[in-house]
Design a protein around this ligand. Sequence first.
Ligand SMILES: [Fe+2]
Length: 223
Amino acid sequence: MQDLVSSLNQAMGSSGLGDDLRTVHKVKQLMHSYVSQSDDWVQHAVYHEGARYTRNLVDDGNGKYNLLILVWGEGQSSPIHDHAGSHCMMKLLAGELDEQLYSWPQTDNDSSSSSSSCALELRRTAALRTNSVAYMHDKIGLHRIANPSLTTRAVSLHLHSPPYNMCKTFDESTGVAVQSSCTAQKLTTSVATVNQSYSCSTGFAATDLTMSQLQQGTAITSI
Ligand SMILES: [Fe+2]
């Protein structure tokens, strides 16, 4: 994971991801070339029991990007959301995730809320498997990410550049948008401290990681 962070820093330099498609392509390649190994990322895979999926900050990219690890509980999903004009790359580290791609609502949602009353159009659904990478940008549309498994958690690695803390979430049936927080917490507690009496009978199918290896902590959940 540290090698990946170093490579990302080198590829994006002091600018992060902007309109330079060559850099975007290079970063996509780096995300593809990283092979998920649970030993690399399990210390970042904090899961907050009882909440929506958790967001854990791995690296802040010197302010040019955020690298996050999200842990998805069984059957959990995000709301439909945009990406605040940023590039978003998502690599699946373990488990399975489905991506549902939607069109933007027909009305303009520049304000913090919308009076749209049109249902969002679902354009396609894609199944992500371990080590696959998905790219998303507001120019493509909106999406929802969901863990389809009711027995296995999923872990994903997200790169957002430029970084952002607020985005819009959308009601599927009306297209109405609201501003939502999408912050993450950098973990400062040692693994030994947060590894409490957590147990679960299910495990990751795609790796040798067991659920007892996931650390239980206090990462912020939002979207
Ligand atoms: Fe997203």
